[in-house]
Design a protein around this ligand. Structure first.
Ligand code: ISL
Ligand code: CA
Length: 559
């Protein structure tokens, strides 16, 4: 029933260039750094690289504030470097997906510089302006504004402009067809160069009601994401983008989908609607978190995590296609958030989480560094943070007289910078990332946790990842097979089957640092272990219960 395509079968590996590899000794990762590691990337067995923004940017938000969409950020290199990178990937059979950041630009983009000059400027209508004499429009919340206010007063023309993110990230006005066509032209430029797709930053937010009304009753008390993603013309724009650009190339598209839910996701990814291929949601990312990413005291529950992935699988079982991820540049390290990063369990639980990501239905998006089990750096002071999100929320909390200690201790678990520390290549200074002090601190565990160490260890997290990417490729059941959750109320384990034609596998994962028993009604004497993070065979008691070791992960083929 499900139509086969390359992007459903792909494993996506995400590269955050600033932290991947510095080639020229300025402490900042760059394109030549990535080029120098292409053979390593290839060795992982991944198919697609998603590259975070590399466009010209003043870096108020690490490249998510773009001042020129058709140029390369000088810190990262040149367009020649980019062309070399793309060629190097294609020669190795790796596809390249770029970030498309078009809900907003930088305030240093030519369009905005013009737009703010006068009310009559030809670019005025590229952004959302409200004249001050008409009064300040109804409140909108900003993710990265020091006051949390998305309307910023601009003296030059006595008007407010809208910015859902930082003051240096004014929102583009998609209601203006001229702006839309500028964006489509820019997309054609990159596709003609040969890139293989776009990951579309907060693409769910692009449609706005130009009367800027107060937030409707039904969105009150919910996360802003849902309101921001509810713009009336959103699907008209995506449809138009598909018709004008996406449909003309063999590429993949994936929405960063804040505000998407199991109820509306098919509007984006049902192939018959001709919009996008995939979308990724935040349901699990928010699990156990209070506003400003303060960690809830009671933590998170595995049954809730299972329920989220299970209902998303169901929503996309017949139509569309899902995505599976734990880590990315907006998330803490997966092993710290969902596993256990103590020296005793870090490697085992990393492999367990990797087993989950690579054995679910949906395209896995795997974040750089997770393949060696990198963990949260857990900064003690605000001075170590570089992320505008953390710094703003810290200042807001301070101004309100809030609990700064609680904020800092929570952010050791939740802050985005935990996932942005440099890749640990070896045990030389700065983890082999750079020969100078990097832009953000290197996790001190680089001395033991690094690529070089793991290359030659057959049991390393790294070699486990290589093994499982291969396994997924060899077993279509892991890609297309039907997913069924087993033992749903078990608070410690996550077990499910995948079935395709006459092949059936069972995946058993123990999310806890203690032994667990599962009763799945399976006789394992007639099964074959496809992969496991323990060398020993598994035991089944006479009553049928299977014994899982701490953080055990095993995939069995049932014959
Ligand atoms: O990071 C988040 C959770 O902390 C989200 O709220 C995030 O800000 C939101 O999903 C949008 O993320 C994307 O756009 C931002 C950028 O800072 C993020 O890095 C990017 O992934 C603005 O462009
Ligand atoms: Ca550099």
């Amino acid at each position: 029933k499900i139509e086969k395509t390359w992007w459903k079968e792909a494993v996506v590996y995400q590269i955050y260039p600033r932290s991947f590899k510095d080639s020229n000794g300025d402490g900042i990762g760059d394109l030549q750094g990535i080029i120098s590691k292409l053979d390593y990337i290839k060795s992982l067995g991944i198919d697609v690289v998603w590259l975070n923004p590399v466009y010209s940017s003043p870096n108020d938000d690490n490249g998510y504030d773009i001042s020129d969409y058709q140029n390369i950020m000088s810190e990262f290199g040149t367009m020649e470097d980019f062309d070399e990178l793309l060629k190097g990937m294609h020669e190795r059979g790796i596809k390249l997906v770029m970030d498309l950041v078009v809900n907003h630009s930088s305030d240093e983009h030519f369009w905005f510089k013009e737009s703010r000059k006068s009310r009559e400027n030809p670019y005025r209508d590229y952004y959302h302006w409200v004249n001050a004499e008409d009064g300040k429009p109804a409140p909108r919340w900003s993710f990265f504004d020091p006051e949390g206010d998305a309307w910023k007063y601009d003296e030059a023309t006595n008007a407010y402009y809208l910015h859902y993110f930082s003051q240096k990230q004014p929102d583009l006005k998609w209601e203006n067809p001229k702006l839309r066509h500028e964006i489509y032209d820019m997309m054609h430029y990159w596709f003609k160069k040969g890139i293989d797709g776009f990951r579309m930053d907060v693409i769910t937010f692009i449609s706005k009601d130009l009367s800027y009304p107060p937030i409707p009753e039904k969105y009150q008390g919910k996360m802003w994401d849902y309101f921001y993603a509810s713009g009336e013309r959103l699907h008209e724009y995506l449809h138009e983008m598909n018709r004008e650009v996406l449909s003309k190339y063999d590429i993949m598209s994936v929405a960063e989908g804040p505000g998407t839910s199991i109820e509306n996701v098919l509007d984006f990814v049902d192939a018959d609607r001709n919009e996008l291929n995939m979308s990724y949601h935040f349901d699990h990312a928010y699990l156990g978190l209070l506003p400003r990413k303060v960690a809830a005291e009671e933590g998170w529950k595995l049954v809730d995590l299972k329920a989220i992935f299970t209902r998303w699988d169901k929503a996309l079982a017949e139509k569309g296609w899902g995505t599976i991820y734990f880590g990315n540049h907006d998330q803490p390290r997966m092993v710290s958030r969902w596993g256990n990063d103590s020296p005793e369990w870090r490697a085992l639980s990393s492999k367990m989480l990797t087993t989950f990501l690579l054995s679910m239905r949906g395209t896995p998006y795997y974040y750089q560094g997770d393949e060696i089990g990198m963990s949260n750096i857990k900064f003690d002071t605000i001075e170590d943070y570089r992320d505008i999100e953390t710094i703003n929320w810290y200042n807001l909390t301070k101004k309100e007289g809030g609990d700064l200690e609680q904020f800092l201790s929570s952010h050791k678990i939740t802050a985005r910078d935990n996932g942005r520390t440099p890749i640990q290549w070896d045990n030389s200074s700065n983890g082999g990332f750079s020969n100078t002090t990097p832009w953000i601190k290197v996790n001190p565990n680089y001395e033991t946790v690094n690529v070089a160490n793991q290359e030659n260890d057959p049991d390393s997290v790294l070699n486990y990842f290589r093994k499982i990417t291969k396994l997924r490729k060899l077993n279509p059941v892991l890609i297309y097979g039907k997913y069924t959750l087993l033992d749903q109320d078990n608070p410690d384990t996550y077990c499910y089957t995948r079935e395709l034609d006459d092949t059936k596998v069972v995946v058993m994962l123990n999310f806890k640092p203690k032994k667990a028993l599962v009763d799945l009604g399976i006789n394992i004497s007639k099964t074959e272990i496809l992969i496991s993070n323990y060398n020993e065979t598994i035991t089944q008691k006479s009553n049928g219960e299977i014994v899982l070791n701490p953080f055990h992960a095993v995939i069995l083929e049932l014959n």
